[in-house]
Design a protein around this ligand. Sequence first.
Ligand SMILES: [Zn+2]
Length: 51
Amino acid sequence: MMNHSGSKRRYHVVCRECRLERLFNIVDDADSLEREHVLETGHRVAVERIC
Ligand SMILES: [Zn+2]
């Protein structure tokens, strides 16, 4: 059994309507960038979890 100790999880924030693209280790950071960008621009932003 493989148990991942230490979070290797990454969160990839990608805007579908401009070139914004960033990688985070912390979901809260990814979320706040997403929310900020949506508020500022009205763009649609996807957050993908990469394990
Ligand atoms: Zn955008």
